[in-house]
Design a protein. Structure first.
Length: 145
């Protein structure tokens, strides 16, 4: 189950965040949330997440992509360097809003996230993805087991 790992959700949909919080906490995860890309980046060191659930369209159309860029391209001396390998689950409705399918670009330099899930998503499916990402991170040695 959750094993005390921390899920950090960055999404401007307050109601969705509340639902995901309840689901994650019921499974034993600690949960923190930010409601904008800027707030998420400002909070990340304090939260120290094991996995990040990230929306794309927040304060602007590409806010989530900026978060990914900041984290994945962090220089070794950057404030974000410690979070460069934290698994990122991009949870978004960007495909429905733009007709652009980003799912095939997951893991590439264009979209260096670990998985891409379209909204709406069933809570059980989201939890399965979170658990999969955490297991992968442990097996790679990116996070303590």
């Amino acid at each position: 189950m959750g094993t005390g790992k921390t899920v950090f959700m960055i999404d401007d949909d307050v109601n969705l965040v509340k639902v995901i919080k309840m689901v994650c906490e019921a499974k034993g995860y600690r949960f923190a949330a930010a409601h904008s890309a800027a707030q998420g980046l400002a909070m990340i060191a304090q939260v120290d997440p094991d996995v990040i659930i990230l929306d794309v369209i927040m304060e602007d159309f590409v806010a989530g992509f900026r978060v990914v860029s900041e984290l994945r391209a962090a220089a070794p001396d950057s404030e974000f360097a410690a979070f460069s390998k934290v698994p990122i689950l991009m949870l978004t409705s960007v495909t429905a809003k733009t007709d652009l399918d980003f799912s095939e670009r997951v893991g590439t330099s264009l979209l260096p996230v670990d998985t891409f899930v379209e909204k709406p998503v069933k809570p059980a499916d989201l939890l399965a993805k979170i658990e999969e990402l955490l297991e992968r991170a442990v097996s790679r040695g990116d996070t303590p087991s």
